[in-house]
Design a protein around this ligand. Structure first.
Ligand code: SME
Length: 162
C-alpha cells in the first residue's frame, strides 16, 4: 500500500490520471471491502477537496444504505428511484446534476451541496451500490469526472471476489 497519496499538480483530468493507479495500489492485497471503500472515499476527497464523497450499497434489493464516506453526516437509507442516488440505481447509469435544486426529488443531506455526480457500481450486470460525490460549487462535474469515477466504480466492483 502507498504510504502517502501523491496529488498531481494540474488539471482535474491529470489528477484523476495520477490517482487511479494509486487507488489500485491502495486496495491491492487488501480484501476487506469496507476498508477499501473507506480509503477510496478519503483519497477522492483529499485529491479534489470535494464537499462529500461516499458510498451507498443495495440492501435486500429494497434500498440503498449509507456506506463509508467522507464529509458531513448524511441520510442513511434511500429507496430505489428516489433522489439522485436511487435514480442512478434504478437506471443503472451515471447522473450529473449541475444544480441540485433543479433535480426533481433530490435528497438534500446538506444545504451546502450545489452539484452532484452519482455513478453506479455494477457487478455482473447488477447494481450493487453507488458512488456519490457532492460539490459546494454549481456545475462542478462533467464528462471527465464521469469517465474517471466510472473507472473507480469498476475498481471497486472488481475488488469483490465473484
Ligand atoms: N443527494 C443524494 C443523497 C445523498 S447525499 O447527497 C450524501 C440524492 O439525492 O440521492
Amino acid at each position: 500500500m502507498a504510504e502517502e497519496l501523491q496529488i498531481a499538480a494540474g488539471s482535474r483530468k491529470e489528477v484523476y490520471q495520477s490517482l487511479i493507479p494509486q487507488l489500485k495500489a491502495l486496495i491491492e492485497g487488501e480484501d476487506d471491502f469496507i476498508a477499501n471503500c473507506a480509503n477510496i472515499a478519503a483519497a477522492l476527497r483529499q485529491s479534489f477537496n470535494f464537499w462529500w464523497v461516499g458510498f451507498y450499497f443495495v440492501k435486500n434489493q429494497e434500498e440503498l444504505v449509507l456506506g463509508p464516506f467522507q464529509g458531513d453526516i448524511a441520510c442513511t437509507r434511500i429507496k430505489i428511484g428516489k433522489g439522485v442516488c436511487g435514480t442512478t440505481w434504478e437506471k443503472n447509469e451515471t447522473i450529473i446534476v449541475d444544480d441540485v435544486e433543479t433535480f426533481p426529488g433530490h435528497i438534500a443531506c446538506s444545504s451546502a451541496s450545489k452539484s452532484e455526480i452519482v455513478v453506479p457500481i455494477v457487478k455482473e450486470g447488477v447494481v450493487i451500490g453507488v458512488l456519490d460525490v457532492d460539490s459546494d460549487k454549481l456545475a462542478d462535474f462533467n464528462e471527465v469526472d464521469k469517465i474517471y469515477l466510472e473507472q473507480v466504480a469498476l475498481i471497486i466492483a472488481d475488488s469483490i471476489r465473484s
